[in-house]
Write a protein that binds this ligand. Structure first.
Ligand code: ZN
Length: 242
């Protein structure tokens, strides 16, 4: 199977495209939840102590994420865009590495939000995460919005928190309209990971899965590559005429 004939490709990326940049998969054994208490969204809203703990965890994780560099997998999606083949890039990742690799921000659909910003839970004001974490490190253990005083939260989707409706809507239309869905580095187990590539397939698109381990959608995929993303993606792109 060659990518050459496909013009409306949608990418769908999961944690494993970023593990190749050294960012740990937080769901993996020994991941962050093995050592940190998971704080769900309702608890974050209800308890200042929970917010303090949440910000402490984020302050510990962010420097490593910020220091990570995009890899060949991220750059391959940029190349797909440059060649006019990519209509959207849906990601479960919060690290911003697609944008930092040079992807147009307008093409990236972040289902789980982003770690790059903090968001006011009341007025919706956004500030760079570095500014918010600077306040945390400066002694405000759980910073509040400078405009309205409501709690600030990293702009990621927490457990128990709904995914942003607009992003989900964009992802659904992208999957309905694509001619190829390229699922990369996702185990395709958790919702909506499983349902979006499935939707694309049911809408008539071809499905390509690149993942080191088997996924529940392998059976219906048109091509499954169980190899490193940084090797497989550039090779697929090379097959495209410039
Ligand atoms: Zn506010």
């Amino acid at each position: 199977m060659r990518l050459g004939e496909y013009r409306r490709i949608v990418g769908f990326t999961g944690a494993r495209i970023s593990t190749e940049s050294g960012i740990p998969d937080f769901r993996s054994p020994g991941g962050v939840w093995a050592t940190n208490r998971m704080i769900e969204f309702d608890e974050f809203c209800a308890s200042r102590a929970a917010r303090v703990e949440y910000w402490r965890q984020k302050a510990a994780v962010w420097p490593g994420m910020r220091a990570a560099a995009p890899n060949a997998g991220h750059r391959a999606f940029v190349e797909l865009e440059r060649r006019g083949r990519l209509s959207a890039l849906i990601t479960q990742n919060i690290d911003g590495l697609h944008q930092r690799a040079g992807q147009s921000p307008g093409l990236v659909i972040e289902l789980h939000g982003t770690m790059a910003e903090a968001l006011c839970l009341d007025c919706g004001d956004r500030t760079p995460i570095d500014a918010a974490l600077g306040r945390v490190l400066g002694g405000e253990a759980a910073p509040d919005c400078e405009h309205c005083g409501a709690p600030l939260k990293p702009a990621t989707v927490s457990f128990g928190q709904a995914m942003p409706a607009r992003e989900v809507e964009r992802a659904v239309s992208a999957c309905r309209e694509c001619d190829l869905l390229l699922a990369v580095g996702s185990s395709l187990v958790v919702y909506p990971a499983a349902s979006l590539p499935l939707l694309a397939k049911e809408s008539g698109a071809r499905l390509v899965i690149i993942n080191r381990t088997p996924t529940p959608l392998d059976e219906i995929a048109d091509l499954v590559l169980r190899e490193e993303i940084g090797t497989a993606m550039p090779r697929l792109i090379e097959e495209l005429e410039p």
